[in-house]
Design a protein around this ligand. Structure first.
Ligand code: NAD
Length: 303
């Protein structure tokens, strides 16, 4: 069994570390939020007092942080992972971040003598809790192969994507599709209701028909249909609108760099921004349904 350092114990890091503990690993976790740290400790994570404390003696270190800027700070600061981890530690960043920041992390880790992989995940907190996430892993082939053993208790699928940053590239494209599907699901759900369809009957049809998607099956934005949906809890976040907006922006930046028109993506980005402008960026991203059902008085998007 391994000793694993973990930085970032939020909505995803919390249940992911719980599965590593269940598999018999020792997990030393750190988070700036005392509440996140206390939750993780309740699942058997050893609470650390700093990044250095979390990574001391670790065989592998995972980071699960909101954005590129957080990952850069956690790895590159004077008291960060690269300055504190022991030689031979395998480093895995599972945050969803921009490709440029991921490349900086690969370069800085290599310069400091570490093996590093970008290893973002898909599957939401339900997948994190069930240990059925999909990991997409970019980096040196040997490091990617070594990463597998540490990832297995958290994953149903572990898919090498190629060289440095290709895991992030896959994740950015996947989430572009996810949020377009979510917006489509929100529109279909509200229209079905206005046409007098029972919400469960319509979901039963769409989930076995051509309107099906992961968003429909997992995040259906109407209360009382899908067990894990944030709509059941007044849109308390499993994946905040702020983070969804970050992910769509990553896709839009990548599209600009590659001269790719993303008309649907840009539209969904405006919807997510309207939620944020209404002061609801901390809600679950599936609350964009409130722009369709009229329960959110958001300012209209500019024409
Ligand atoms: P979250 O905001 O719930 O958790 C992030 C945690 O990082 C917070 O607890 C925060 O306190 C901590 N943190 C921030 N800066 C830190 C620092 N310097 N040192 C220590 N801790 C620090 O976010 P999340 O939903 O767990 O998402 C994490 C990442 O995973 C994001 O990049 C997100 O896009 C991605 N992701 C999320 C989901 C989801 O369904 N929530 C699914 C797949 C991927």
């Amino acid at each position: 069994m391994a000793t694993i350092g973990w930085i970032g114990l939020g909505n995803m890091g919390g249940p992911m570390t719980a599965n590593l503990v269940k598999a018999g690993h020792t997990v030393r976790g750190f988070d700036l939020s005392p509440a996140a740290l206390a939750n993780a400790a309740a699942s058997g994570v050893v609470p650390a007092t700093s990044i250095a404390d979390a990574v001391a003696g670790a065989d592998a270190v995972f980071t699960m942080l909101p954005k590129g800027e957080h990952a850069l700070a956690v790895y590159l600061n004077d008291d960060g992972v690269l300055a504190s981890a022991g030689p031979g530690t395998l480093l895995l960043d599972s945050s969803t971040i921009d490709i440029e920041s991921a490349q900086r992390l690969h370069d800085a880790a290599a310069e400091a003598g570490f093996r590093f992989v970008d290893a973002p995940v898909s599957g939401g907190i339900s997948g994190a809790e069930a240990g059925t996430l999909t990991f997409m892993i970019g980096g040196d082939a040997e490091a990617v192969a070594d990463a597998r053993g540490f990832i297995e208790p958290m994953a149903a699928n572990i898919i090498p994507t190629g060289g440095a940053t290709t895991g992030q590239a896959a994740k950015i494209c996947n989430n572009l599709m996810l949020f377009i599907n979510l917006a489509a699901t929100a529109e279909g759900a509200v229209l079905a209701d206005r046409l007098g369809l029972d919400k469960q009957v319509f979901w039963d049809i769409a989930s076995v028909s051509s309107g099906d998607s992961w968003a429909l099956r997992t995040w259906y934005p109407v209360a009382g249909v899908v067990p894990g949906s944030a709509a059941n809890r007044d849109f308390a976040p499993t994946f905040t609108a702020e983070l969804a907006s970050k992910d769509i922006n990553l896709a839009i930046s990548a599209a600009k760099a590659t001269d790719t028109p993303l008309e649907m993506g840009e539209h969904v980005q405006r919807l997510m921004q309207r939620l944020i402008d209404a002061g609801e960026g901390g809600l679950d991203c599936s609350a964009i349904v409130r722009l369709v059902d009229g329960t959110l008085a958001a300012p209209a998007a500019p024409a």
